[in-house]
Design a protein around this ligand. Sequence first.
Ligand code: 13P
Ligand code: SF4
Length: 402
Amino acid sequence: MLWQPEIPAHYRTRSDEELARAISARRKQLGNKLLILGHHYQQDQVIAHADLIGDSLQLSRMAAKEAKARGSQFILFCGVHFMAETADILTDESVQVILPDLSAGCSMADMAAYEDALTAWEEIEKAHAQGKDKVRVIPITYVNSSAAVKAFVGEHQGACCTSSNAKHVLKWAFDGGDTKLAKGERVQVIFMPDQHLGRNTSRDLGLKSEIDAQRDGGASDMALWNPKKPMGGLDASVIQKSKVLLWAGHCSVHKLFRPEHVEDARAENPNVKVLVHPECCQEVVELADLVGSTEFIIQQITNAPKGSDWVVGTEVHLVNRLAQAAAARDVRVLMLSDCQCLCTTMYRIDQSHMLWCLDQLAEGRVVNQISVHPKAAELARKALEKMLQLAPATGPAPITVD
Ligand code: 13P
Ligand code: SF4
């Protein structure tokens, strides 16, 4: 995580209304030069100032297209560090991307260090060299990863994915990626850094997880790669035969949802629909009615029939906003758990830091610029462009629940 120097005290002592007025005035002054992007998990006061709001996939697309279309020079990115890096990679050199608070990182992205990815690659190659099969290893990284990890993936002919298009990207990888498979050759995917998205999506494509294998016996198609242990903590034979190696990372917000929360919600209201994000663990996903990305969740609630009841397993700010809008349509939406599933790093972005950045900008100073090294950006762009190419134009693909 980066360190955010303290901003002058007067930004923290002004009222919310004063800050909102000052931000609006700066936006007016900067006009089209400034584009404010906001992720759906941001707090309401921040979202109120966003020109465009989206999930990770939409924000990647918006950064690539909108800054150009509007002739913007600055993107104030109200999201987390990896999203600002992605925006920097996908925009022209003339566009400067600003993260209002540098300490807004992502604990999941931090679970996959570039050096650990390099070590894993070497160790996996070594294990396959000892085996009999011809295996093509394709790295896939969730966009919730550092630019360096994305560059590693781009360099090894892999792709990024988001929760909206993980299924399409995994299918592409299992088919061999961009190069036809040779006779007798098979694919192994190393999926970073979110084990849950990797496991849930692979299961949706018909593969058996370690959890399934433990329950009903038989061989697992997947194995968990622990980057803190030599050889990921796995025997060479397990590495050789697995179809998917799942990096042992997770989202600290979505991991808070547990199967008992689903059971409790159903016990309280047997008619309730359970809708969760695929960053939740397999045991929760299995019990849910519907599973899909942020955008999928929004679509389901927005189109929910009058009188229906929902519990939603994702970040609290989004759920609260959805619940408020849905109540006006006589649709009841509650959090899946009362554990206050808050993304604390997204929450660091607030009006005080936004205004501080905009005041500096108005005086010709760019603070908190997120800039990816050109060499890393070139390789990471390959992985991101592949993701954008494979993303369905028709909307998010849900995970099928049995
Ligand atoms: P999506 O925006 O892809 O649904 O991801 C959710 C998330 O955790 C963002 O950090
Ligand atoms: Fe990272 Fe989870 Fe927060 Fe998303 S919700 S930014 S994955 S910690």
